[in-house]
Design a protein around this ligand. Structure first.
Ligand SMILES: [Zn+2]
Length: 458
């Protein structure tokens, strides 16, 4: 999100208006910003402090109070931050690097990346106008009425939406054992259970309530719910429902972000099992890793993959992009540098979208050692190197995928109750599905969207 903070006019005789050396002459109060303008114009390489500054600007939340900026410390403790005064001629920071060497430190650079100044020259009035643009991390403009409505009606709305969604699944060709409930009731019960975040026994009154309201045809025994959760049949259906539940926001989302995060599994059981039967479990089964792609406006999850904790992020990228590409028109895809590869860049471009994946500090224009560089890699590397400001504006949106994980974990917990691998995967998927339904409910009130599922099937 961009907004103009102030516009200052400065008299100038400079016809060109934008020449770096001319700007330096005009007025002292913006000398400090000339450097960044100048290096960008000259296409100069960034030095190490600039690079680190860019990294801070992209990953940390900088806050402003008057003319002072607070920049979180990268190495220090949580909550510790340095105070930067981005004064035009004499920028100051209270970090050791600046105080000792009296050079522009990474914190000052970080602030300067956040404050971008643009110069435009008006021929008629012979004045040069400086516009200050502050790039801030994208945040929701909280609409309290809509938010309150969404929150107070969430549980009812949730069940209505979940019911609508489950109606479309049909019966799988082979069900486990002799199912006492139709498959759509099973999925409803399992997802609603995860939404409730309470134990199986305590969840039963919620489920009886749902039955009274007609959301399910029968009330299952509480043991049945964990049996359903352990069923492998569930997994592809839950994945499908997550994708289906994102579709009502097709018209809203065009920028997407990818990331992964771990959900811890029940430690006590593992500890016992690992200690007495299978020591390798100690390290192997500690986490379930969720890879997801989400829309940056509403945090809706458009594609999800689940792996064990050791699998890398990079290989999951393609599948997530392709799944989203089937349902959405993508304009931008951002991801952190763990996802950087020629193939991944190509996948995004193949979907007519722009990849915003930062290059690593050791990346060179000629791709990885040994592998032949693709033309696309070179092109993206040069875009990244010479359009840092533009790149960072788009890359900022990536922080929304972190928000998505935070939303899921704070609402539905970051630990998994289930004991078996399949159940853990299903439980993690249920958390994502519940998150999506909550995003839809929020969008119903904020964006006045009326979700409908299975449009083509109807
Ligand atoms: Zn500093």
């Amino acid at each position: 999100m961009l907004f103009k903070t102030e516009t200052l006019s400065v008299a100038s005789n400079n016809q060109q208006g934008l020449e770096p050396n001319a700007i330096t002459r005009i007025s002292s109060f913006r000398q400090v910003y000339c450097a960044s303008v100048a290096y960008e114009r000259q296409g100069a390489q960034m030095d190490i402090r600039q690079q680190k500054g860019l990294q801070i600007a992209a990953t940390k939340k900088l806050t402003q109070s008057g003319n002072r900026w607070f920049v979180p410390s990268q190495s220090g403790q949580r909550g510790e931050s340095y105070v930067v005064v981005p004064d035009v001629s004499n920028p100051q920071c209270n970090c050791p690097d600046h105080e000792l060497r009296q050079v522009k430190c990474k914190h000052i650079f970080a602030v300067e990346f956040v404050i971008q100044r643009e110069f435009t020259f008006n021929e008629e009035t012979q004045t040069e106008t400086m516009t200050e643009i502050v790039t801030v991390k994208q945040t929701y403009k909280q609409e309290w009425t809509a938010y309150n409505q969404a929150q107070t009606q969430e549980k009812d709305q949730f069940q209505t939406l979940l019911r609508e969604l489950c109606k479309g699944v049909g019966e799988p060709s082979q069900t486990i054992g002799r199912p006492r409930l139709p498959f759509e009731d099973m999925i409803f019960a399992v997802a609603f259970k995860v939404y409730s975040t309470v134990s199986q026994r305590r969840f039963m009154s919620d489920l009886r309530d749902a039955h009274t309201k007609g959301y399910i045809s029968k009330v299952p025994h509480f043991n049945s719910i964990s049996n359903y959760l352990e069923s492998e049949v569930m997994t592809p259906y839950l994945t499908m429902l997550i994708e289906e539940s994102s579709l009502p926001l097709q018209a809203v989302e065009s920028s997407f972000a990818v990331d992964s995060s771990g959900f811890s599994t029940c430690r006590f059981v593992q500890w016992v099992e690992a200690k007495y039967t299978n020591p390798t479990l100690m390290t192997k089964r500690e986490w379930v890793k969720v890879h997801l792609m989400c829309g940056v406006k509403t945090n809706i999850v458009t594609a999800v993959e689940i792996t064990d904790r050791f699998s890398g992020d990079c290989p999951q990228f393609k599948g997530l992009v392709e799944t989203t590409g089937q349902n959405f028109t993508m304009a931008e895809v951002s991801a952190d540098k763990a996802y950087l590869s020629s193939d991944n860049l190509q996948t995004v471009v193949d979907h007519n979208a722009m990849p915003y994946i930062p290059f690593k500090s050791n990346s060179v224009s000629s791709s990885r050692r040994g592998t032949p560089s693709t033309a696309l890699w070179k092109q993206m590397f040069h875009f990244y190197s010479f359009n840092q400001a533009r790149f960072m504006q788009c890359y900022h949106k990536r922080s929304n995928v972190e928000t998505t994980f935070h939303m899921i974990k704070s609402k539905f917990g970051d630990a998994l109750r289930s004991k078996t691998r399949t159940a853990q995967i299903n439980e993690a998927l249920c958390k994502v599905l519940c998150h999506n339904l909550c995003c839809l409910i929020q969008s119903m009130f904020e964006l006045e969207i009326k979700p409908e599922f299975w449009a083509e099937a109807a």
